[in-house]
Each structure stands twice: as C-alpha cells, then as structure tokens.
Design a protein around this ligand. Structure first.
Ligand code: PMP
Length: 458
C-alpha cells in the first residue's frame, strides 16, 4: 500500500522521479500530476476526493468497470496457489490452458491457437515474427513487409510503432524500421470529398492493392488494421471497406491481421470487431478488455492453417516472454470473460446502452458549432472538431483544440481524450448505465460549449 501524502507531496515526488508515457514532462511538471487513488463502477477518485466520470475506461480497457470483486478474488486465489510459473520448460499452468481454450470458443472461426504476452505491443511484435516465420517456412522468405495505415496504432515498441502510422511517433524516431509500409486511413469525413461513404470505402481499400503492387506481392507478408481505428480518433470505416480489404489480401496472398486490442471483448457490441465487419483474420492481437485491465495480459490468436505450418516445420520457435500467460493474469481474464457472459454485458451494449449512448451524443452534437461529425460504433465515440463545417476544415495542430476541450472536461470532472486530427474521443466502461450516460452527455456538452466559446464560436 502506498503511504498517505498530500497531493503536493505526490506531485513533487512524481516530478522528481517518474517519467510518464506519452507526456510532455515540462508541461506536466508545471501543472502537477493528478493523483488517482481509487475507483468504483465508472468513476475514479483523485487524492482530493473528486469523483471523476471515466469516459475512457482507463485506456479503453476497464470493460466491466472498477471494483469487481470476482476479478480480485480470482487473482488472489491464483496468487496464493501458484503466483508464477513459466511455459518454456515443457510446462503449463491450468489457467493458461483454460484461457486459450476459452478464447478458441469466442474468437472467429479458424483461430484455434493463442500465444500470450503482456501488452498489445508485444502481441503485435509476436505476430510480426510469426508471420515472417510462416512465410519463410512456406518457401517465400521475401514476404516480410507489413502494411499498416496512417493514424493506425499498434503499440510503442520499436516494431509496433513502425507498424502503426502515428505521424508524431515516426517523426520522433527520425526513421522507421525497414519493411513497414502504410496506406491512408479510411476517414470519410476528411478524405471522402463528394463520394458517398460506401464509394469512399472501396476507394480507400483499393489503396492497399496499389501499395501491394508497388512493393511486389512477393515481398508483402501482411496487412494490419484495427476494425475501428481507436487512437487515430475513432475512425469507423464504411461497411464496404473491410470486404474489399479482405478480397485484396486473398488475391495477393497477403495475411490479414485484425488488431482487436480496443475493439475486442464487447466495445462494439460484439465479442470482436471482426464479427461486426465480417473479417476473417489470420492473426488477431487482443489485450485491454481481455482482463478489463485488472492485470496486464495480451494474446495473439493464430489461424490453424498458419499454426499447422509452424508446428510441422519450424522446430523450436525462438520467441517468448517471461510473463507469457502469467497465471494470475490468466485467472483474471477467465473471471472477466465469465462476468461478461453472466451479466450479458455485450448483448446489453449492442441492444441497449450503445443505442442510448449514440442518441445522447447525437443530441449533444446535432447543430453544435464546432462538431463536424460524430463518429463511432458501440460504446466508442469520436467528436470531429472543425473550424469550418462547409469546408470540413479541422483546427491546426498548434491550436490544440482537443487539449483545450480535455481541459474543460477535466474541470467538469470528466475524462475525455484528445486524439487523431482535431478529435476528442470517449470509450466508457461497458457497464455504464443510462443515468451515467445522461451525466456523461451533460459533461460532454459543457466541455464542447466551452471549447466553442474559447475559439470564438457561439
Ligand atoms: N493495438 C491497439 C489497437 C491499441 O489501441 C493499443 C493501445 N492503445 C495497442 C495495440 C498497444 O497496446 P499496449 O499499450 O498494451 O502495448
């Protein structure tokens, strides 16, 4: 247990020793960090006792909400029985085996084998290595390049950040790893022009064909995409997009990777985004909602036709993490899946909460002076902030409109996140109730109104 300290004391220690992810440390030091001390349901509490509505479910992960005894008990029991053992020495632990089996029931057909990791980034790194191994075993060792998308996010390791298409991450590194290429994101509002959503979906998908032909199909290992791009600003593609992507992948013998780290485990009102968009992936990384974030765990699902080749021909696969399939994390994931099923959380999201959430957000954004488009599926929302609706012009990055909006949200005790191009997003816990959605909508409205006023609208 951490000691009791004043917020000022925590901030001083934080400033002195703690380097934060995705943070400008100078700005943070000037403002002082917010210290979150506990949480319950859809609310987190800071050291000052403020009750804050968590519109982001942590980092898109706390699907079943905070304070769920079932998950805590599962971890405690497992930690007492067997806190750790590895799966390298021709050994397994029961929760690893059960979780792999359970995932084979829940994931799309053909995904029968699961490799465990601790984070989405590691799950994607695993897939890069396994896909290249597969092609090499198939006698096509040149098929190594991965094609991702601009504003795609697949993690922060060296390989995963090259796989993703976050402009600032690439700029910071100076140079991307070789054998990673990108096509544009299917952002109809900003890129669709006069095309209908459906027409644009096909056009955006065809960029993949052009890129494969440019690189040479004999050099391309796989295409990766999130069913709905999350960190890029909640970009939900037109329904024509994924079928066309899938057709192109099959035509050129390019593997298809659906990154379900955000979309998986009910976020879109289905177990997986692949279900909703009818994607039949060869690999599928998952994390976040797998354990609702109570303990870190991720998995890479592997299609049986790929596993069989590796199993037949590879011999020892030189890949693994000390905490691959950590027994306690697996126990929490199993308890989390059981809870999602028992409480029918996904059905409730699909038929009840998501439509209610959508309607509430539409009421907030319809006719709003700076919201050009409301995007999203299930319990995901992206608010596209624009300075000129007729021309669909976004605010310049240096205007930091999303950050200003987040600051107003913070004043309203709401966690909302600026992401992508001039966008703020929401991804609340899947257990959010109607009255909590009403409160969320009211806080979002106040934050958007204040932002509009600041930028001279309204
Ligand atoms: N893939 C996607 C789609 C993600 O959204 C994220 C994290 N936001 C990752 C991968 C990386 O996961 P992690 O932060 O656990 O490494």
């Amino acid at each position: 247990m951490a000691e009791k300290r004043t917020t000022g004391e925590w901030q001083a220690l934080d400033r002195a020793h703690h380097m934060h992810p995705f943070t400008d440390s100078k700005t943070l030091a000037a403002r002082g960090t917010r210290v979150i001390t506990r949480a319950e349901g859809v609310y987190v509490y800071d050291n000052e006792g403020n009750k804050i509505l968590d519109g982001m479910a942590g980092l898109w992960c706390v699907a079943v909400g905070y304070g769920r005894r079932e998950l805590v008990d599962a971890a405690t029991r497992q930690l007492l029985d067997l806190p750790y053992y590895n799966s390298f020495f021709q050994t397994s632990t029961p929760t690893q085996i059960e979780l792999a089996q359970k995932l084979s029931e829940l994931t799309p057909p053909g995904l029968k084998h699961f490799f465990f990791a601790n984070s989405g980034s590691e799950a994607n790194d695993t897939i890069i290595r396994l896909a290249r191994l597969y092609w090499s075993l198939m006698g096509k060792p040149n098929k190594r390049t991965f094609i991702g998308r601009t504003w795609g996010y697949h993690g922060s390791t060296v390989a995963a950040s090259s796989l993703g298409g976050m402009p600032a991450m690439h700029t910071q590194d100076g140079k991307n790893l070789p054998e990673f290429a990108h096509i544009s994101h299917p952002h109809w509002y900003l890129r669709g022009g006069d095309l209908s959503r459906e027409e644009f979906g096909i056009q955006a998908a065809r960029e993949l064909e052009t890129k494969i032909l440019e690189l040479g199909p004999e050099n391309v290992a796989a295409f990766i995409g999130e069913p709905v791009q999350g960190a890029g600003g909640v970009i939900d593609p037109p329904m024509t997009y994924w079928p066309e992507i899938q057709r192109i992948c099959r035509k050129y013998d390019v593997l298809l990777v659906a990154d379900e780290v955000i979309c998986g485990f009910g976020r879109l009102g289905h177990w997986f985004g692949s279900e909703m968009y009818d994607i039949k992936p060869d690999f599928m990384p998952m994390a976040k909602g797998l354990s609702s974030g109570y303990l870190p765990i991720a998995a890479s699902a592997i299609h049986e036709r790929i596993f069989e080749v590796i199993n037949d021909k590879a011999g020892m696969v030189h890949h693994g993490y000390t905490y691959s399939g950590h027994p306690a994390a697996c126990a929490v994931a199993l308890a989390n899946i059981e809870l999602i099923k028992k409480e029918e959380i996904i059905e409730r999201v699909r038929h009840d909460t998501a439509p209610y959430f959508r309607k509430a957000m539409e009421q907030v954004t319809n006719g709003h002076p700076i919201v050009g488009e409301l995007r999203g599926v299930g319990l995901l929302a992206g608010f596209q902030l624009v300075k000129d609706k007729a021309k669909r012009t976004v605010f310049a990055p240096e205007q930091e409109v999303g950050i200003r909006c987040r600051e107003f949200a913070t004043q309203n005790n709401l966690i909302m996140r600026p992401l992508g191009q001039s966008t703020v997003v929401l991804s609340p816990p899947l257990v959010i109730s109607h009255s909590e959605i009403d409160e969320l909508a009211d806080k979002v409205k106040r934050s958007l109104d204040a932002t509009a006023k600041l930028f001279g609208f309204a």
